[in-house]
Design a binder for this molecule. Structure first.
Ligand code: IPM
Ligand code: MG
Length: 367
């Protein structure tokens, strides 16, 4: 099979982690007999430096022209980087939001799974981490506060900032359908998260999700308020299978979920529309403080590449081979520094970003 992949290395640790993901993908293609054609595009701060904007129309066209996009991370230090002196629509993050919107990537899948080998790195109580957890956050990605009108104006002598939170029934319905569909392939449970005790958009969310549920008698549905969900995630994460939620809540809850997996460096993501096309990226940011040091954890990006093989190309065996390689490397005790909780441990071998990529690539098998 020929895989046409557009890569966005981006900023900070982005180029390093994408390099390792490509290393692993190349090995998968060798072992399983596929061909990959890569094309790199600029997005984020690196695009601002070259073109003055975080994403050009040509780059969007290159992304659209591929079967899938594999992304590292974008953005810099918001206090010190000159990119953040620009007006908001010209900053690095605006490029990512524009890409999500232009490609209609409304469904963001963020799996949070505690590898048994990483139980020590999980910051929760042992009795809680011992139970393990395996959830999928289904985050709506092209609506809500991120894309509503916003303005800052002077009213009665002081500045007033307004952000609007808008959801249409059709936007809620299509993401709810994705959540129920994926729940059927998992443990058949959806917990829909909202703030229906305060927000109209959440009350509409609940109503539409209830309607969609009628077509899925085999899937259970529960509603949970977002503040309670934030608490339940650290109290008993094993209760969650599919977590369905809107854009902003999903952004926040997915960072929380990633932390309890041991490191934010473990969480992949897929952003999908209604076709097989997808944008695959780690859930973490560009970590400018450690960029260029070859110490970042490439696993979230490598696992994002596995999601790409599964969701865009339907190559399940190939995706399994990557996930098995991750398990094997962790089992053998190899750890990037983020997975060591800052301390040396004789049971583990500290490895660099590029070494982790080598180890993963070496363990790709067709079996
Ligand atoms: C994420 C990130 C983005 C978001 C930023 C970079 C705009 O935090 O993908 O979770 O808020 O969606
Ligand atoms: Mg985020």
């Amino acid at each position: 099979m020929k895989l046409r992949i557009t890569c966005i290395p981006g900023d900070g640790i982005g180029p390093e982690i994408v390099r390792e993901a490509k290393k692993v993908l190349d090995k998968v293609c060798d072992v399983f007999g596929h061909e990959i054609v890569y094309k790199d595009i600029l997005m984020g701060g690196c695009s601002i430096d070259v073109h003055g904007v975080p994403l050009t129309d040509e780059a969007i066209a290159d992304a659209k022209g591929a079967d899938a996009v594999l992304m590292g991370s974008i953005g810099g230090n918001t206090s010190t980087s000159p990119w953040y002196k620009l007006e908001p629509s010209l900053r690095p993050e605006a490029g990512l939001l524009k890409l999500r919107k232009s490609l209609n990537l409304f469904a963001n899948l963020r799996p949070a799974y505690l590898y048994p080998q990483l139980k020590d790195a999980c910051p929760l109580k042992e009795a809680t981490s011992a139970k393990g957890f395996d959830m999928l956050i289904m985050r709506e990605l092209t609506g809500g506060l991120y894309f509503g009108d916003r303005k800052t104006e002077e009213v009665d002598g002081e500045l007033v900032a307004t952000d609007t939170l808008v959801y249409r029934e059709s936007e809620i319905r299509r993401i709810a359908i994705k959540a129920f569909d994926v729940a059927r392939k998992r443990r058949c449970s959806v917990i829909s998260v909202d703030k229906a005790n305060v927000l109209d958009s959440s009350r509409l969310w609940r109503k539409v999700v209830e309607e969609v549920k009628k077509d899925y008698p085999d899937v259970t549905l529960e509603h949970m308020l977002v503040d309670n969900c934030a608490m339940q995630l650290v109290k008993d994460p094993s209760q969650f299978d599919v977590v369905l939620t809107e854009n902003m809540f999903g952004d926040i809850l997915s960072d929380e979920a990633s932390m309890i997996t041991g490191s934010i460096g473990m969480l992949p993501s897929a952003s999908l529309n209604d076709t097989s096309f997808g944008l695959y990226e780690p859930s973490h940011g560009s970590a400018p403080d450690i960029a260029g040091k070859d110490i970042a954890n490439p696993i979230a990006t490598v696992l994002s590449a596995a999601m790409m093989l599964r969701y865009t190309f339907n190559l399940d065996k190939e995706a399994d081979s990557i996930e098995n390689a991750v398990r094997a490397v962790l089992e053998e005790g190899y750890r990037t520094t983020d997975l060591l909780n800052g301390g040396e441990n004789p049971r583990f071998t500290l490895v660099s970003c590029s070494k982790m990529g080598d180890l993963l690539a070496e363990r790709i098998r067709n079996s």
